[in-house]
Design a protein. Structure first.
Length: 105
C-alpha cells in the first residue's frame, strides 16, 4: 500500500513504516502527528487504485514527527581572478524527520 501526496511544493511517495526527511516545518513538535490530506494517488493492498481528480476524497496519510535535523554542512567558495577577492560560506539545510504511521482511505 502506498500513496502519493502533495506537501507544499513537492509530491511525496509514502508507505507505512517508512522514515524520511521533508523540508523543515518550523512549527513541528517532536512526537506530534502530521496529517497529509492532499492525496493524489492511492494504491491499496488488494491491488485496487484510486486516482484523484485532483485529490482522492476521504484519503489521508498520518505521520509521526520524530524531530528536526540539519544536513551536513555544504561549503561554497567564490572568487574573482586577479582581484584578490575570495569568499567562503557554508550552508546547512534544515529538515523535519517523519515516520509514516498509516494510510487511511
Amino acid at each position: 500500500m502506498y500513496a502519493i501526496v502533495k506537501d507544499r511544493s513537492r509530491c511525496l511517495t509514502l508507505q507505512p513504516g517508512e522514515e524520511l526527511w521533508i523540508d523543515r516545518m518550523p512549527t513541528a513538535e517532536p512526537g506530534s502527528d502530521l496529517i497529509f490530506d492532499q492525496v493524489q494517488f492511492l494504491k491499496k493492498e488488494d491491488g485496487s487504485m484510486e486516482v484523484g481528480t485532483p485529490l482522492v476524497k476521504g484519503a489521508t496519510v498520518v505521520a509521526e514527527i520524530v524531530g528536526n535535523v540539519k544536513d551536513k554542512k555544504l561549503f561554497v567558495a567564490t572568487f574573482k581572478r586577479r582581484k584578490n577577492s575570495r569568499k567562503r560560506t557554508g550552508h546547512r539545510q534544515g529538515y523535519t524527520h517523519i515516520r509514516i504511521k498509516e494510510i487511511r482511505g
